[in-house]
Design a protein around this ligand. Structure first.
Ligand code: NAD
Length: 306
């Protein structure tokens, strides 16, 4: 039974060692494809794999079709927009993610980006503080909830909007519930985005919402680039000289944004949210355990394509 770990952006060594130990103790073999540079390499490696662990790697229909023995694919992470679930289902391949395992890393990065923007990207000059500012948390899932908790520690006033979480759950954690998404944006000095990228949310953050934000507001996106309407973001930032944007996922028009808006815009060079040793270990080991539990006991707890 072969478990393939295919990572264009490899796990930390500690995570790989842990995955190997779990897989080998279960009597399976581990195969590693790290830092690969072409789809062909992935297609070749996956051909005889029974189980596959990926990070942000794209598991397309082509990859699924090349995987002749595949029974399960696990995305070591939360967002699973890189998996073709339909193609998996057609071949009876179970697809899973590892929810919550890297959330703290992403939440800390979101707060870090807020401070970085408040301090004008550490350029000379006078910045501002987070204390006393209003933070809007758009989607109160695993990451959003942790960001809210950390922000309260900084003395921020925290609001959240998530139509799928009961208001009482959010309020019980000392967080105000915004009455609508518009209400959230109109209150937020900082807006931290944590919605998934899906058919409802893609391109949904644009001029209509961003123009509601208070003077000097900053949008922080550690979710997915696809949820932003990038041309509208550029237009509103040109119109409103006070708005700022920090993102873990560089937009397609990053060069244009940087040229026009200087320190009002920031993007990490590569997606950094889950790039901590702890998150690698948490998500990688969870993926390995989920594979073993599925192969040995048919455990489908984290199955996405039900
Ligand atoms: P999660 O599944 O725990 O939470 C998502 C939340 O979004 C849920 O509470 C859900 O109710 C809510 N939601 C769904 N649709 C919504 C909508 N239309 N409006 C408002 N709320 C909505 O996910 P998570 O682990 O908190 O991850 C959040 C985001 O962060 C995802 O986009 C994920 O892909 C991304 N992420 C990025 C990194 C990174 O490296 N930057 C790492 C992990 C996760």
């Amino acid at each position: 039974m072969k478990v393939l770990v295919a990572t264009e952006k490899p796990f930390a060594k500690k995570a790989v060692d842990g995955i190997r130990s779990i897989v080998e103790q279960a009597g399976m073999t581990l195969s590693l494809l790290e830092n690969y540079t072409s789809t062909e390499q992935l297609l070749e490696a996956v051909a005889d794999a029974d189980a596959l662990i990926v990070r942000s790697d794209k598991v397309t229909r082509q990859v699924i079709q090349a995987a002749k023995r595949l029974k399960i694919v696990v995305r070591a992470g939360a967002g699973y927009d890189n998996l073709d679930l339909e193609a998996c289902s057609e071949k009876n391949i179970v697809a899973m993610n590892t929810p919550g395992q890297n959330s703290n890393a992403v939440a800390e990065l979101a707060i870090g980006m807020m401070i970085y923007m408040a301090r004008k990207q550490f350029q000379p000059g006078t910045g501002t503080e987070l204390r006393g500012k209003a933070l809007g948390v758009h989607a109160y899932g695993n990451v959003g909830r942790l960001v809210a908790g950390l922000a309260k520690g900084f003395g921020m006033e925290v609001y959240a909007y998530d139509p799928f979480i009961p208001a009482s759950v959010i309020q019980a954690e000392g967080v105000h519930v915004a009455s609508s998404v518009e209400d959230l944006y109109s209150r937020s000095d900082y807006l931290s985005l944590h919605i998934p990228a899906n058919d409802q949310t893609k391109g949904s953050i644009g001029k209509a919402l961003l123009s509601l934000m208070p003077k000097g507001a900053c949008l922080v996106n550690t979710a997915r680039k696809e949820v932003i309407n990038e041309p509208e973001l550029e237009a509103i930032m040109a119109e409103r000289k006070d708005l700022k944007y920090a993102t873990d996922v560089a937009p397609d028009n990053m060069e244009a944004l940087r040229a026009q808006f200087d320190t009002r815009v920031y993007a990490t060079n590569k997606k950094m949210g889950a790039q901590t040793e702890e998150a690698n270990v948490n998500a990688g080991l969870a993926a390995a355990r989920q594979i073993v539990a599925f192969i040995q006991n048919g455990d489908r707890t984290f199955q996405l394509n039900k």
